[in-house]
Design a protein around this ligand. Structure first.
Ligand SMILES: Cc1cc2nc3c(=O)[nH]c(=O)nc-3n(C[C@H](O)[C@H](O)[C@H](O)COP(=O)(O)O)c2cc1C
Length: 363
């Protein structure tokens, strides 16, 4: 069985190890979604990851619902990503762009309009605004005639991402964002071709994935799902038929890899009793499977050994340990991540986490 430190082929990408950096929103961009130079330093510091999955990047202003998060819908945004991807490549790393539309997880003061979703619902989670958290607003259901425009926003952003030097795309269909608001039945009450049956609820994900594949190729396209437990208030009463159907559909399209964020009953990140869906989904998705959430080295290697996963993505450990691959390899202690600076601006809690070498230098 492979170890975490063996190479792997993820579609068109051959990654040097199986320690993947999970997508992490860090809110260090400008208010108009333009990446800032400190983001290059941050990603370069983490370039020894087998693959970096970028923070969520908005496909449109309508979808860029968090504060200080980057986009890929304007030339200025695309231009500002170029030095970041170049710097990651120069450091020997690979980076794919996670493309996102937040749907109802937005606020009119940030996105300039009433948030949209599959249906008229209110997220139970507070909205992010430039004046601090505010109660979420009632969402406006997208009209059927608006769906082609939504799909096109993903293909445009995908094309911009490739022009900006990204090595591929991850479609963010997890964590209660817009695609997930269509997928799961506690947020989708539609009675048209985009609601009700599993096939209908899968339709936006299928159309968006096919559109991205047309632009960048299936072997440079990946998808992230969060199949168990509520995320951002989005949940499903019967996840197994839904997510095995999603796995089968994505297998048919032939995407480069599928990433699943799965919560455990005792996890530190939204614990849930809903069982992990990966064992069932693995039977339907035959490509590489990347698993996430609350992993340490022992659990990660165990899931590779059992054949459940091909690689593991790490989120918070990569925030606080830029040299995570080396630390896992050497079984060195990990620095804990400080929540207080997850979404603050500036370098504190962002580019100032030490490597083992930095720690040795001051010892
Ligand atoms: C600060 C922070 C920002 C996050 N941003 C994103 C994001 O932009 N896109 C996404 O899919 N998940 C996001 N997540 C979820 C992580 O990718 C990951 O699933 C989660 O941290 C659990 O993995 P871990 O236990 O290794 O940290 C974020 C998590 C944290 C802590």
């Amino acid at each position: 069985m492979p170890t975490l430190f063996d190479p792997l082929t993820l579609g068109a990408l051959t990654v040097p190890n199986r320690v993947i950096m999970a997508p992490l929103t860090r809110s260090r961009a400008s208010r108009d979604g333009i990446p800032t130079p400190i983001m290059a330093e941050y990603y370069v510091q983490r370039a020894s990851a087998g693959l970096i999955i970028s923070e969520a990047i908005g496909v449109s202003r309508q979808g860029n619902g968090f504060t200080y998060t980057p986009g890929l819908w304007t030339d200025a945004q695309m231009g500002a990503w170029k030095p970041i991807t170049q710097a990651v490549h120069a450091a020997g790393g690979l980076i794919v762009a996670q493309l996102a539309h937040n749907g109802r997880a937005g606020h009119h003061t940030v996105i300039g309009e009433q948030p949209v979703s599959s249906s008229a619902t209110v997220s139970p989670v507070a909205a992010w605004t430039y004046d601090g958290p505010k109660p979420s607003e009632m969402s406006r259901p997208l009209a059927v005639e608006e769906i082609p425009g939504l799909v096109a926003s993903y293909s445009r952003a995908a094309s911009n991402a490739i022009a900006a030097g990204f090595d591929g795309i991850q479609i963010h269909a997890a964590n209660g964002m817009l695609i997930d608001q269509f997928l799961r039945n506690n947020s989708n009450a539609r009675t048209d071709a985009y609601g009700g049956s599993i096939e209908n609820r899968l339709r936006p994900l299928r159309q968006i994935t096919q559109a991205v594949v047309e632009v960048v190729g299936a072997d440079r396209t990946s998808v992230r799902l969060s199949p168990n437990g509520a995320t951002w208030g989005v949940d499903d009463s019967d996840p197994t038929p839904l997510f095995t159907a999603a796995a089968e559909m994505l297998d048919g399209i032939g995407i480069g890899f599928l990433e699943l964020k799965e919560h455990g009953p005792a996890g530190t990140f939204l614990p849930t009793d809903v069982p992990r869906q990966s064992p069932m989904m693995r039977r339907f998705f035959r490509g590489p499977l990347v698993l996430n959430c609350d992993y340490d080295r022992t659990r990660a290697q165990a899931d590779l050994d059992s054949g459940l996963a091909d690689a593991i993505s790490f989120g918070r450990p990569f925030i606080a340990n830029p040299d995570l691959v080396r630390r896992l390899y050497e079984r060195a202690p990990l620095t804990p991540a400080a929540d207080a600076t997850f979404y603050t601006q500036g370098t504190e809690g962002y580019t100032d986490y030490p490597t083992l070498e930095d720690i040795a230098a001051v010892a």
